[in-house]
Design a protein around this ligand. Structure first.
Ligand SMILES: [Zn+2]
Length: 213
């Protein structure tokens, strides 16, 4: 059935690479490999030991892909995007030991609108590739928060302050974590998640993001 639906969808909306327009790809290998490595300023928030950034959000193609992924509901873009995260982490010589992968939860309202959590799909692909444990529900929200993209810097920090909690405190003790997210702007999401993990006894925490704004 799914094959049939995909077949019909392909006729109605043929796939075209977002970079070069090549048929049958959302993003072809050529365009994916042309996305330059991030070489902007490094970020080291106090709660995290390392933040790996794949690309700059100034890169027009990355901006387009992330926009389609988050706001045009093309969930299959999680596959090429997760390849970027995997490649970035693979290039690290010293990897974090035996981490659990986590991501920010999506509010019910936004989940109902989008039908998927974009950070969760990336985290799933990443953790399966490295055979790491992934706990999609470990991080929970304590309250509803506004959409970060619509706020300025100060508002973003305030909006997320103390807005996360962990659903299982015992898991965190002496455990290493990798937080996966799409865009790093003020670092508020990564920082707030890392803060609650640390409060519950987490050891080392890394973050990996697609791009920095
Ligand atoms: Zn292409």
């Amino acid at each position: 059935m799914k094959k049939l639906i995909n077949y019909i969808l392909n006729i109605l909306f043929p796939l075209e690479c977002l970079g070069c327009g090549k048929n049958d790809y959302l993003l072809c290998e050529d365009c994916l490999s042309k996305i330059e490595d991030y070489n902007g300023e490094k970020v080291i928030p106090e709660t995290v030991s390392k933040v790996l950034i794949c690309a700059s959000y100034k890169n027009a193609l990355i901006k387009k892909i992330v926009h389609f992924y988050k706001y045009k509901y093309i969930s299959d873009l999680c596959f090429p995007l997760s390849k970027l995260i995997i490649k970035k982490y693979e290039s690290e010589f010293n990897k974090i030991l035996n981490p659990i992968v986590v991501c920010a939860p999506l509010s019910k309202k936004r989940f109902n609108l989008r039908c998927y959590n974009q950070a969760e799909l990336l985290s799933r692909e990443f953790s399966e590739h490295f055979n790491y444990k992934f706990l999609p529900n470990l991080i929970a929200k304590t309250r509803h928060t506004k959409q970060q993209a619509k706020l300025n810097r100060e508002e973003r920090l305030l909006n997320l302050k103390d807005s996360f909690t962990v659903s299982d405190c015992d898991i965190c003790k002496n455990q290493n974590f990798i937080i996966i997210d799409d865009i790093y702007t003020t670092g508020a999401t990564v920082n707030e998640i890392a803060k609650v993990l640390k409060q519950n006894g987490a050891n080392q925490i890394w973050a990996i993001v697609i791009a920095k704004d």
